[in-house]
Design a protein around this ligand. Sequence first.
Ligand SMILES: Cc1ncc(COP(=O)(O)O)c(C=O)c1O
Length: 421
Amino acid sequence: MKKIIDRWSRLYAHRIELLKSSATRDLMGAASRPDMISFAGGLPSPETFDTELIKRILFELMENSGKEALQYGPTEGRYELREKICNLMSRIGLKAHPDNIIITSGAQQALDIIGKLFLEPGAAAILETPSYPGALNAFQIYEPHILTVPLKEDGMDIEQLRKILSRKSIPPRFIYTIPNFHNPAGVTLSLDKRKELAKLASENEILIIEDNAYGDLSFEGEQIPPLKSINEDVVYLGTLSKILSPGIRIGWVFASVALIQKINAAKQGADLCTSTLSQMLAEQFLDAIDLDAHLKKIREIYRIRRDTMIKALEEFFPEESSWTKPLGGFYLWVVINADINTTDMMPEALNEKVIYVPGEGFYLNNEGKNAMRLSFCNPTPEQIYEGIERLAEVVKEQIHLSRTIIGINKKPRRSERSSTE
Ligand SMILES: Cc1ncc(COP(=O)(O)O)c(C=O)c1O
């Protein structure tokens, strides 16, 4: 790649060195090449976008309320949309008033503002590991001390969290968690652990940031109540990106009125308001659809893709591999129990026209080298099957190579030496 000289680098604030472009975003270019099968980005399936309905809504919006839709709006978002978001959340047991809601430009903006409000050099925050790179990126720029809690099959390792909290060194400002269908790990926090986490946060007087980006995409089993329904101090983040469209950039925060006011002030400096047109489109969309039927349809699309991916992994991947079996969402986490580096393996995968996100990008330290995140949301079932077969060949070759190299460099054990030595 051509090295770009930046004449102004001496002028940047020193924290800019902490700014890392996310591997997932960087791979978007490669993912769009013809014939490439991409398990990289978390792009919703285009099949879930109801373009006909949206075309009709946009046309009617311009006909009937074009001048309003093209105008600035209040920073906290349109009252009508905030009301509809309250209705949406009541379906999962959350009772909110529009005053407790602020509309953000995607949940991503909420993460950035939370970083801005709570973090500074020396402040601590607790994150799951691995975690969503968009959150790592949003938080790290404020130079906090990030403490990490590993994930287990049923979510955060609560005993580790307890240990961290019992160390009285720097009291953390918040615990950031993705309890449902985790990005990237695909795991879900159990109800018992939700209760323990909520209790620990209350006892230690710290906030929980509950990022429920994928909560509506459950494929099976009972939906577990959100942390916010267990502990009312939780700051809850939602988004329409995964169920309507990420292109319209509508997310929200549900929190106390005092915190919403602080978020409002921070958002004024970021974008004044979220697009009025997008907000009005979201309102009309939520009015026009039968939400249950819509969710049933899109969950089925993703469930079939998850099942196809798991079936293909079982069929093609080498025995050294293991993976999570997500109950919803977009992602599955694969670990290869061998001496391979999934970042170094990427050029081989690109040669085979298949792409994934190497595990390293989801960690702050050097972990995750033998792991990868596979998204099943965007490729069709046929592409998933084909892509996993191709990727399996690449992985097998890497395992083979790593063993050959070790074999060459390794000094033979006494028992392996020939008698003529
Ligand atoms: C866990 C998580 N939180 C937040 C976001 C940001 O979503 P939005 O499109 O609402 O900004 C994503 C996007 O992939 C995500 O995976």
